[in-house]
Design a binder for this molecule. Structure first.
Ligand code: NAD
Ligand code: ZN
Length: 378
């Protein structure tokens, strides 16, 4: 089968790889009909995530049609249409039962463990979904089944796999409530969807920050937010603090490790990005009010363990963070999409055949061709 494979830093290739096959009795194989590229994939591309091997199949935002089920799969059958969450989770351990599927701790006798699709040996080593077929472990739990009557196109439903559910969780986890002022750092797919959910939760003011102008304009046009170009303000953290009258109630970091910076240089130089732009987490800690909350949705790796806590502790700031546990949010996301309350597909700028994945990665990474979200079709 054909799949998108990691080929070293800044390099992916569509290659012929061994077919996905049932390995455990509760596995299924899904024929992928659509699969999206995520900002998290850029961290792999930039070499920020350890335990990556050449030819490893990447991708964690897939959906498709069930092709084959193992003998212990009772909840699905061949022909069912499914969205696969980025979390691979057992549904039975203490974390899955307390709705923290992204921390699944399974170590059952069949030998699989919780993790993520296509996200390195660090998170289970599972092959990814940017491929013609995908092996889904714990198939009874790791899926959202789309009702047969549903005629909503893949371009909308695929957002449930990660970015839409992650955005909803971010706003929920941050505790955004009626009357809040929220600063959202990053106008990529995740930040743009977070902005929608801030309004839905009753925020009074939503301010979006980025340095890529077409993304800021997209945020203003589709989400009616105030926008700030972080590179056009000298002291961006304090600018946002003043703009919000002493700091925002909530700042959501939808950036993480930005491809703009040299990570090691960043730590060595007191957390300044190349070109002097501050990293999102530092902007967040300046722009939040005393007693306010920073929600860290952007992905950070082990290199950030030296993060300085001083200011945050002194100003009673709350930090919330994590890998989104998306599985239990998917039914609600489905309802929001099918009722027309939220259209997550307004971020999709490119639908390409799987064979053009390399180009898709390039325009998404370098912000070319007004790219916001790329969906690949095998
Ligand atoms: P993206 O790369 O398209 O978006 C990031 C945006 O941030 C870009 O528009 C970029 O221009 C902007 N940016 C860079 N540096 C900035 C700074 N200092 N201040 C403000 N904006 C800045 O990616 P995405 O798909 O939107 O994902 C965003 C982040 O969320 C990534 O780190 C991704 O790994 C993470 N993510 C986390 C989860 C989770 O479960 N926690 C799930 C999905 C994605
Ligand atoms: Zn993702």
């Amino acid at each position: 089968m054909k799949a998108v494979t990691f080929q070293g830093i800044k390099n992916v290739a569509v290659k012929e790889v061994p077919d996905a096959r049932i390995q455990k009795p509760d596995d299924m194989i899904v024929r992928i009909t659509a699969t999206a590229i995520c900002g998290s994939d850029l961290h792999l591309l930039h070499g920020m995530i350890p335990n990556m091997q050449e030819d490893y199949v990447i991708g964690h935002e897939p959906m498709g049609i069930v092709e084959e089920v193992g003998p212990e799969v009772t909840k699905l059958k061949k022909g069912d249409r499914v969205v696969l969450p980025f979390n691979v989770a057992c549904g039975e351990c203490i974390y899955c039962r307390s709705q923290l599927e992204s921390q699944c701790d399974n170590s059952n006798e069949n030998g699989d463990m919780g993790g993520f699709f296509g996200y390195s040996g660090t998170t289970g080593g599972y092959a990814g979904g940017q491929a013609e077929y995908l092996r889904v472990p714990f198939a009874n739990f790791t899926h959202f089944r789309i009702p047969d009557s549903c005629e909503v196109p893949d371009e909308k439903l695929i957002m449930m796999a990660d970015v839409m559910s992650t955005a909803f969780w971010s706003v929920d986890n941050a505790g955004v409530k009626d009357g809040d002022t929220v600063v959202v750092l990053g106008c990529g797919p995740v930040g743009l969807l977070i902005q929608k959910f801030c309004w839905l939760k009753g925020a009074k003011r939503v301010i979006a920050a980025d340095y890529v102008d077409y993304r800021l304009q997209h945020a203003k046009r589709t989400n009616r937010v105030e926008i700030v170009n972080i590179e056009q303000e000298q002291d961006i953290g304090n600018y946002l603090k003043e703009m919000t009258g002493g700091g925002a109630d909530v700042v959501i970091d939808a950036v993480g490790m930005s491809g703009k910076m040299n990570d090691l240089e960043f730590l060595a130089t007191g957390m300044k990005l190349q070109g002097g732009t501050l990293s999102a987490i530092i902007i967040a800690s300046q722009a939040v009010r005393k007693g306010g909350t920073i929600q860290v949705t952007g992905v950070y790796g082990g290199r950030y363990n030296g993060f300085p806590l001083g200011d945050i502790m002194q100003r009673n700031v709350n930090i919330r963070s994590g890998q989104a546990p998306v599985i239990h949010y998917m039914p609600h996301m489905y309802e929001l999409i099918t009722s027309g309350k939220v259209d997550p597909s307004d971020i999709v700028t490119h639908v390409l055949p799987l064979s053009e994945a390399k180009h898709g990665y390039q325009i998404f990474d370098t912000k070319m061709d007004n790219c916001i979200k790329v969906v690949l079709k095998p």
